[in-house]
Ligand binder design. Structure first.
Ligand SMILES: NC(=O)c1ccc[n+]([C@@H]2O[C@H](COP(=O)([O-])OP(=O)(O)OC[C@H]3O[C@@H](n4cnc5c(N)ncnc54)[C@H](OP(=O)(O)O)[C@@H]3O)[C@@H](O)[C@H]2O)c1
Length: 337
């Protein structure tokens, strides 16, 4: 870190080294209200300067729009960035509240070609199954993903929101470099069995929504603070009495932040980073932001080391959170464990 860049971590047993914090790019095109394209581009540039190399997108983020938006940045820095995208989740064009999950061979093959075309690159560095379609055996889907590696379309494989058993079954077909799941001060369900399985198999844990979708920074306190089209308005934790109760849970985060001369968001990120030595596996949080100043703040959190006293104050938070992390928990590994 002597050059001001963040430290590194490896993806899986033989994947690339990446900055120990990645950048979630979803909000630049999807889900979190209006974005300023110039500001998002400046965020990507600043992230790269600070040593962020893992950039996270998905076909689902705006039906390909996010991949298209990121393409010029990726092409300008092809050798410096690790491009992660995902297949298998789509918003029903007839009914935007409905999600379609597909893991069959035809869909995977069509999806990879679409992502390569929109990103305008020859190969995807890390290709994730975004969600598990329980109708298709995971061995079958990962078999197709492994063929994509052999065909040179994809370098490393990842899965998102799978159970420990699904991860083991998949890893037996082809090594899985990264498991992407929600992990934060508010969402710790994966610690029961998914994290131990990832450690045992040498899979890197990519922690999504490490800022609790922004709630842990205090930047919004309830659904009504968000624009009408913001996806978070549908999330049980941010509405009504749940939001009021959950906002009160930030008090210890603020207390720890004060002690470190840090922001609550930085403490939330430092907490996720602290899970790496505690659980004995590489952990790469991918906070999402569209603002260069925030990427500076977030990457600076990689230098904060929380002590035992801090961790004891933060430990009780997750158990007290009101409301599930998704309106439909079948979208999560916990919903199938
Ligand atoms: N695999 C999956 O199913 C899945 C699901 C959700 C997300 N993801 C991925 O994970 C990434 C991160 O998750 P996320 O975006 O849902 O949640 P997050 O990283 O927990 O929070 C993002 C929110 O926090 C705000 N924020 C970021 N840094 C901040 C700071 N320093 N101060 C105040 N506010 C700050 C952002 O606003 P601004 O953008 O306005 O800065 C945004 O609204 C996504 O971009 C996506 O790539 C994957």
């Amino acid at each position: 870190m002597t050059d001001g860049r963040i430290a590194k971590a490896r993806l899986g047993a033989d994947g690339p080294e990446v900055g120990v914090q990645g950048l979630g790019c979803m909000g630049m095109s999807f889900a979190y209200g209006p974005s300023d394209a110039a500001e998002s581009r400046a965020t990507l540039d600043r992230a790269l300067e600070l040593g962020v190399t893992l950039y996270d997108t998905a076909h689902a983020y705006g039906a390909g729009e996010n991949e298209r938006f990121l393409s010029p940045f990726f092409k300008a820095h092809r050798d410096e960035v690790v491009i992660a995208t995902k297949f298998g989740l789509a918003i029903d064009p007839e009914d935007p509240t409905r999600r379609i999950i597909r893991n069959d061979e035809a869909h995977i093959r069509e999806s990879v070609e679409g992502s390569l075309r929109r990103l305008d690159v020859d190969v995807i560095d890390l290709y994730y199954m975004h969600r598990r379609d329980v109708e298709v055996p995971i061995e079958e889907s990962v078999g197709v993903m492994a063929d994509l590696v052999r065909e040179g379309k994809v370098r490393q494989l990842g899965l998102s929101e799978v159970t420990a058993a699904e991860l083991r079954a998949a890893h037996a077909v082809h090594p899985i470099a990264a498991l992407q799941s929600e992990w934060s001060l508010f969402s710790r369900d994966i610690e029961a069995s998914v994290v131990p399985a990832a450690r045992e198999l040498g899979v890197t844990l990519v922690a999504y929504s490490p800022l609790g979708r922004g709630f842990l920074t205090g930047s919004f306190a309830k659904a009504e603070d968000l624009t009408a089209d913001d996806f978070r308005r549908q999330q049980p934790r941010f509405t009504g009495d749940n939001a009021t109760a959950n906002a009160a849970l930030l008090d210890p985060v603020r207390k720890v932040a004060e002690a470190h001369g840090a922001t609550p968001g930085q403490i939330a990120l430092a907490w996720v980073q602290r899970q790496a030595p505690l659980h004995g596996l590489p952990v790469v949080p991918i906070p999402g932001t569209r603002k260069p100043g925030r990427v500076e703040e977030n990457t600076a959190a990689t230098r904060i080391v929380l002590g035992e006293d801090d961790m004891s104050l933060l430990e009780p938070i997750a158990a007290q959170v009101a409301g599930d992390r998704y309106a439909d928990m079948r979208f999560t590994s916990a919903g199938r464990e």
